[in-house]
Design a protein around this ligand. Structure first.
Ligand SMILES: [Zn+2]
Length: 469
């Protein structure tokens, strides 16, 4: 059977094949959530198999393997599966759980060495140790990595280990929305009692136990259910929580308000999880709460609401979670995002174009996006403007230097604006790495002198460095 590709998908498939035919090591395909990366990937796989090659598709969740398997079947691609209870078969193409491959690594080296190509789904995980061992053992194989978010919290480059040397980019989330391939979303960030300022970080993100305690204290589900009733009553919703216990408590809080809500976690079988998702699609269940099981690569176009109850410093996690609500569906004109944890203030709009590279060492680069504004009348969050697109109210001109008016500023050289605000001007200038940083510092410090940014750029040598690049 033939699968009809969208024009941008055909282009990405052709570019990927062209790079592979030229013998490149690996192609990193940037494909936003909902752009059809599995479809594009299988189209490339089919061409490679038709040319007589052997290969494998690697994913880290059963659901992702199932999706790939379904898509392969649509293309009429015969394939084996490697996962608990399934062995390598005679087929030239296998869809594999990375964990299973990693666990069997000693016994399957010959097979891995025989592969001509490997596809890596959600390739941002590739530098994780289990993945790296498996991918490195496929010594001859050309790699194709698929991901919506080619950046990691730890700032490590995904070109590390020479897995990838070429990039293919699909249109971004915003462009796909304009083309009608993704549903637009309205983001609200209602006021809550959450205060993350004293929550410590661990490995780049908030330390789970302290973060969970603060979220618990702030009783976010109570606020969430009020806003759910106001903006999307009864619509299929996902709630993202810090821990399994809190996902259960959150589901109970929504049930107490009269909604049909259930929590989903890793102790459930794949079948139970699938049943819960089906219940959401059919309307039997209105709200599913989880930690992250439903966050990545999970496909249910009926979902119209994402409720964020988990603050995170990971831009990738933030985008993946919101992405669940963006599949177009005839029953929804737009998705509603209830951001109860100020993730949008941290990371910018979910659909903002984000810079990234395959090289490491540029931690926080993905956050270099347009700043946002938050309406204090309807609590809508949007890209900075002089009025609210929701209720139409105009914003007063920000008073320079007042911290509470600059919360919308993005991080400055990887540091949060309130941290930079607490620094001396001289220290703040020293950490700046770009004009954007310098402009944000000027705003934080209430510097009205128009020439100051230029002079600071010259004085610190950033202007010269940027001109040389
Ligand atoms: Zn408003």
């Amino acid at each position: 059977m033939t699968v009809q590709l969208r024009p941008y998908q055909s282009r990405a498939v052709a570019e990927t094949l062209a790079y592979l035919q030229r013998g490149c090591r690996g192609v990193a395909v940037e494909s936003p959530v909902g752009s059809g990366k599995t479809t594009m990937g299988m189209s490339v796989v089919k061409t490679l198999l038709d040319a007589g090659k052997r290969g494998a598709w690697l994913a880290h969740r059963v659901e992702l393997c199932d999706q790939a398997s379904e898509r392969a079947a649509l293309y009429g691609i015969p394939h084996g599966r490697v996962m608990p209870g399934h062995e390598i078969g005679p087929e030239r193409f296998h869809i594999c759980s990375v964990d299973t491959l990693a666990a069997r690594l000693g016994g399957i080296c010959d097979w891995l060495e025989s592969l001509d190509f490997i596809f890596i789904d959600e390739a941002q995980h590739i530098v994780a140790s289990g993945w790296n061992g498996v991918v490195s053992a496929a010594v001859r194989a050309q790699r194709v990595g698929l991901s919506a978010t080619w950046f990691r919290l730890d700032g490590r480059g995904l070109g590390e280990g020479n897995h990838f040397d070429r990039i293919v980019q699909c249109p971004g989330s915003r462009d796909l929305t304009a083309m009608g391939y993704l549903a637009p979303a309205i983001v609200y960030s209602p006021p809550t009692d959450l205060d993350m300022r004293s929550v410590p970080k661990l490995g780049g993100d908030y330390k789970l136990s302290d973060m969970a305690a603060e979220v618990q204290r702030a009783q976010l589900a109570v606020i969430g259910r009020r806003w759910y009733a106001r903006h999307a009553p009864g619509q299929p919703a996902l709630v993202f929580c810090p821990t399994v216990e809190m996902a259960e408590a959150s589901a109970a809080a929504y049930r107490a308000a009269g909604w049909s809500a259930q929590s989903v976690d890793g102790t459930m079988s794949a079948r139970e999880r699938a049943a819960a998702v089906k219940g959401l699609a059919s309307g039997r269940i209105q709200i599913l709460t989880s930690v992250s099981l439903l966050g990545e690569g999970f496909d249910c176009p009926e979902i119209a609401v994402a409720i964020l109850e988990r603050p995170t410093e990971s831009t990738s996690l933030f985008i993946q979670q919101i992405g669940r609500a963006l599949r177009p569906h005839p029953d929804k004109s737009h998705a509603v995002i209830l951001d109860l944890v100020m993730n949008t203030a941290r990371h910018g709009m979910y659909d903002a174009p984000r810079p990234w590279t395959l090289e490491g060492g540029l931690k926080g680069l993905e956050r270099q996006v347009a700043p946002t504004s938050r309406c204090v009348r309807c609590w809508r969050v949007h890209e900075k403007a002089d009025h609210c697109p929701g209720c139409g109210c105009g914003y007063p001109k920000a008073k320079k230097g007042a911290l509470d008016t600059v919360w919308h500023l993005p991080s400055i050289a990887g540091r949060r604006p309130e941290v930079v605000a607490a620094m001396t001007l001289q220290d703040a200038v020293e950490i700046a790495t770009s004009r954007r940083d310098m402009e944000a510092i000027a705003e934080l410090k209430g510097i009205n002198d128009r020439g100051w940014v230029d002079r600071a750029m010259q004085r610190t040598g950033i202007a010269g460095r940027q001109a040389a690049e």
